[in-house]
Design a protein around this ligand. Structure first.
Ligand SMILES: Nc1ncnc2c1ncn2[C@@H]1O[C@H](COP(=O)(O)OP(=O)(O)OP(=O)(O)O)[C@@H](O)[C@H]1O
Length: 370
């Protein structure tokens, strides 16, 4: 009992009144010294250059919630078979509400005066009447007639080639909820007077929110005449990459243009379905008969895509980055130890210096000095 009490007392006094510190072995070797310092330098460069400066590991990040409005302007003119028509924004934009994704009609095939009369024989999709002719091998369908003839797409030039001069106004607002910041693409200095005179250009007017359709097509790498004839899709990316360690006034949008579908090389690969089109009908009554004008619309579909990344200094990511950097410094010690103990000619000598061997009973006990 007495022995046990003494043992516990000794253990407690050892625990509270002793301090252990690792023993260091100082190796005077140029080779190991240079290897170790080079690795440490590499790790330091990685932490400062990559983690802190390039990846900005000292900042927390957030993406924005956003809304986009668009408005097209411009007038088109056609003169088909001596029938003159003026096309304004209410005629050539689908849908007209100013969505972030819309189509600007650049070419069309029009079928006017279609009606649903008594059952007629049409080689077109319709409702089967059940009346068939065994001699001609045809069945009657109830459909809109006369049927559309889309075997020839107007070209040289496409009917609304003047769409090249239409202008697009983009209104975009973004909010970074984590940082409580809201920004609009009508940034400081973009006032009513500026908007009424400016036209976007990547170098001379990079913040102007008015874009010429011809420029949008050109910047996305398309040929206007080709895309106008058969249709295609273009993405306008509004990029908000902002560093909120600086004044929010420096948080400004950048515009990028991407051809999404319909460039000439894609068209060669996708012969089965070239371009982009859809059908649209305008209904009316004439002498009490329901009629419609059918349009097969070829157009440029524009998708406005908002991309955002906000950054701001934060203690937690900073400490995490420093902590992981300090941890990586341990790599230098491991590599240098390997060189020292297994590569150098005097490795046995260093091994003896680093490890202390004791003869305890039969087994060799190795004491590691760090
Ligand atoms: N597609 C566009 N091309 C050129 N300018 C445009 C375009 N859309 C709008 N604008 C101009 O931008 C400004 C703001 O447009 P907003 O739609 O907010 O106002 P508005 O007075 O209702 O426009 P609108 O001129 O269509 O009546 C107006 O001066 C307008 O003329």
């Amino acid at each position: 009992m007495e022995n046990m009490r003494n043992t516990i007392t000794n253990a407690l006094s050892d625990f509270f009144f002793e301090y252990e510190t690792p023993r260091q072995v100082l190796v005077r070797s140029r080779r190991v010294g240079v290897v170790c310092r080079l690795i440490q330098l590499g790790v330091l460069a990685y932490i400062i250059g990559w983690v802190f400066i390039y990846e900005k590991g000292y900042q927390s990040t957030d993406t924005a919630v956003s809304s986009v409005f668009t408005k097209m302007k411009g007038v088109g003119y056609t003169n088909e078979s001596k029938v003159e028509k003026v096309w304004d924004v209410a005629d050539y934009v689908f849908p007209p509400q100013g969505d972030s994704s819309f189509v600007v009609m650049t070419n069309y095939i029009i079928t006017e005066g279609q009606s649903l009369g008594s059952p007629v024989i049409c080689i077109f999709s319709g409702h089967m009447t059940g009346v068939c002719n065994a001699t001609t091998n045809t069945c009657e369908v109830y459909a809109w007639c006369p049927v559309e003839d889309d075997s020839h797409i107007p070209e040289c030039p496409p009917l609304l080639i003047s769409a090249e001069n239409y202008t697009l106004f983009i209104k975009n607002s973004v909010t970074f909820p984590l940082f409580g910041v809201t920004r609009s693409n009508l940034v400081e200095g973009i006032d009513a007077e500026y908007i009424s005179n400016c036209l976007y250009h990547p170098e001379t007017a990079p913040l102007c929110p008015i874009f010429s359709l011809g420029d949008v097509v050109k910047f996305s790498g398309f040929n206007f005449e080709t895309i106008a004839k058969v249709g295609g899709a273009i993405g306008i990316v509004v990029d908000w990459t902002c560093n909120f360690d600086f004044d929010v006034r420096h948080c400004k949008p950048q515009y990028h243009f991407h051809g999404l579908y319909g460039n000439p090389t894609e068209m060669d690969q996708a012969r089965a379905s070239v371009g982009y089109n859809f059908r649209y009908a305008r209904h009316y009554f004439e002498d009490g008969v329901q009629k419609r004008t059918l349009l097969k619309v070829f157009g440029i579909r524009i998708d406005i895509i908002v991309q955002s990344l906000g950054r701001k200094f934060d203690v937690i990511p900073t400490l995490t980055a420093i902590g992981s950097g300090v941890g990586i410094f341990g790599v230098a010690t491991v590599v240098c130890d390997l060189v020292l103990l297994y590569v150098l000619p005097k490795r046995e000598f260093y091994k003896n210096m680093k490890f202390k061997y004791t003869d305890h009973s039969q087994d060799q006990v190795r004491i590691v000095c760090r």
